[in-house]
Every structure is written in structure tokens, then in C-alpha cells.
Design a protein around this ligand. Structure first.
Ligand code: GEK
Length: 266
């Protein structure tokens, strides 16, 4: 296991070099005059606007991404694998790539949306920086991904899209593939068991979206489109499931309304 000594000099972390800032098309998907029907899919239309969409929809996303880099830098082990599961356009992978100094490590960025992976591969080709940890973009269902010799596994707002009964199996695979001293970073939209808090946090989140320029109609349409696709769990459920999967320590480190990020360790 490779842990940085508290006194070892670590180069400064450039929190802005996360790669995705190059794409800046505005998300107008639910703003059209035509009534949108059907479930939300990560298709080409979403790929084009994704950085704008996720930044304006998840309070704290622009903080969570560089902090994943910062955490990865502390826990990445030499000659190990780092996984970004449900990577979309690889924001967490770029953050880890910029931050990690482990020798001989590899980052595996996995997503089952062909459009996301195609775009990520093109962004990786354009990233001409040398001497950094390599990133491999894989078009794959993360339920099929073999996790092995892992020091850092990231599920950044992805587990919520996995069918509920498959979540425990995936987390068990992650726990089994993690090396001693490794971490899982799990970020999720959560729901609250107390109905009053659920109502308030949802209200506050919608207010955040309004403040980001989304209209009532866009907010309502997106909510409908996500209803069958994204299924948030409560913190209590996450804790129980992580423990059942083999994690012993669960440390929430970020909360922005109903969005949480936690570090889980064996
Ligand atoms: C980020 N982590 O920017 N296998 C692989 N990918 C999947 C699966 C699956 N079974 N199910 C969903 N996805 C990213 C953001 S977005 C979150 C993650 C959001 C993928 C899906 O294609 C999408 O790219 C991603 O999970 C979820 O840090 O849009 O709210």
C-alpha cells in the first residue's frame, strides 16, 4: 500500500484542468415546444450538452470533481487500477489523471452509452499532456466490469441508474476488487426517509435549478423523464448496502441539498 507521508511535498492540484470545460453547448433538451415523452436516455443529444446539464443540475458537481482528484491522489497505489464507473465524458477520470502521481497506475473509464464513450475517446486523443496516468475508455455495462487490483473506484452519480436489485452485486464486486487501503468514492442523489425533509430538500434543489436558468417546464419534464430511470436511495439504505457488500467505514464528505458524496473503505 502506498500512502503519502504527511510531510512529503505534493505538487499543487490544478482544480480547473478537468478536461470537460471544452464542451460548452447549453442544455435545452426539455425546453422545446414539442412535448417530450419517454424515459431519459444518455444519447447523442445529451452528450452534446452534458457538461452544462450536469453542472446546472447537481449542486456542488464542480466541487465534487476536483475533490475526487484530490482523494485519488492520496489513495492511488503504484501499479494499481483506478475505475471511473459510469464515467460519462470522463470528468472524474480527467481530474484523477491530473492529480494522481502513482507510478504504473491505470485509469479505466467505463460507460454503456456509445455516444459518451466516443466523445470521451476523442477528448482523450486531444489531451496531449505527457507523463500522466493513462486513461482507457471502455464501452461496457459496469455490471460486467472486472474490478481487480483497484486502489480507487469512483461511482459518481451512477449507482442511482443501476436497477435496485443489482446494486448490491456491483458493490460486492467493488469491495472484492479493492486492495487493502483502497477507497470507493460514491456520489448519489439521495431521498430522505422523513417526508418533510424530502419535500424541503426537493424544493431547495428545484430552486437551485431555477437559479441555474431552468424553467418550471424544463424541471418538470426532466423529473418525469428520469422517474423510471433514476432511483435514489436514502443514506440509511446506502450505509446498510455498503456494509452488506463488505465496507466497514463510510464517511460522507459532501452534501449539497439532496446530493451526497461519501468515501467507503474496507
Ligand atoms: C461524471 N460519473 O460526470 N453501465 C455503464 N454505464 C452506465 C450504466 C451501466 N449499467 N448505467 C448508467 N450508466 C459522471 C456522471 S451520469 C449522471 C454520471 C447523471 C452511465 C450513463 O450512460 C451516464 O453516462 C452515467 O452512467 C450517469 O462524473 O447524468 O446524472
Amino acid at each position: 500500500m502506498r500512502q503519502k507521508s504527511r510531510h512529503e511535498k505534493i505538487p499543487a492540484l490544478d482544480v480547473n484542468s478537468v478536461g470537460v470545460a471544452q464542451m460548452n453547448q447549453k442544455d435545452r433538451i426539455f425546453d422545446t415546444g414539442i412535448l417530450e415523452t419517454g424515459d431519459f436516455v444518455f444519447d447523442e443529444r445529451v452528450v452534446d450538452v452534458f457538461p452544462d446539464m450536469i453542472n446546472r443540475s447537481i449542486p456542488g458537481y464542480s466541487l465534487v470533481i476536483p475533490m475526487i482528484g484530490l482523494l485519488a491522489r492520496q489513495y492511488a497505489q503504484d501499479q494499481s487500477n483506478l475505475y471511473d464507473l459510469g464515467c460519462s465524458l470522463g470528468a472524474a477520470s480527467f481530474a484523477m489523471r491530473s492529480a494522481v502521481r502513482a507510478q504504473g497506475a491505470s485509469i479505466w473509464a467505463v460507460d454503456n452509452s456509445p455516444g459518451m464513450i466516443r466523445q470521451l475517446q476523442s477528448m482523450l486523443r486531444e489531451d496531449r499532456r505527457t507523463g500522466l496516468v493513462p486513461v482507457q475508455a471502455l464501452h461496457q455495462d459496469i455490471l460486467e466490469t472486472r474490478i481487480e487490483n483497484a486502489s480507487v473506484v469512483v461511482l459518481n452519480f451512477t449507482l442511482q441508474f443501476i436497477e435496485r436489485d443489482k446494486r448490491i452485486g456491483l458493490l460486492k464486486q467493488v469491495a472484492e476488487g479493492l486492495n487493502p487501503g483502497g477507497i470507493l468514492v460514491l456520489s448519489e442523489k439521495i431521498r430522505f426517509e422523513d417526508p418533510a425533509e424530502q419535500q424541503l430538500q426537493t424544493l431547495w434543489h428545484h430552486e437551485f435549478k431555477r437559479a441555474q436558468g431552468y424553467s418550471e417546464l424544463e424541471i418538470a419534464r426532466k423529473r418525469d423523464a428520469l422517474e423510471n430511470v433514476m432511483k435514489p436511495d436514502s443514506m440509511q439504505r446506502h450505509r446498510q448496502r455498503l456494509i452488506e457488500a463488505g465496507f466497514e467505514h463510510i464517511y460522507p464528505w459532501f452534501q449539497g441539498f439532496n446530493f451526497v458524496s461519501m468515501v467507503a473503505m474496507i
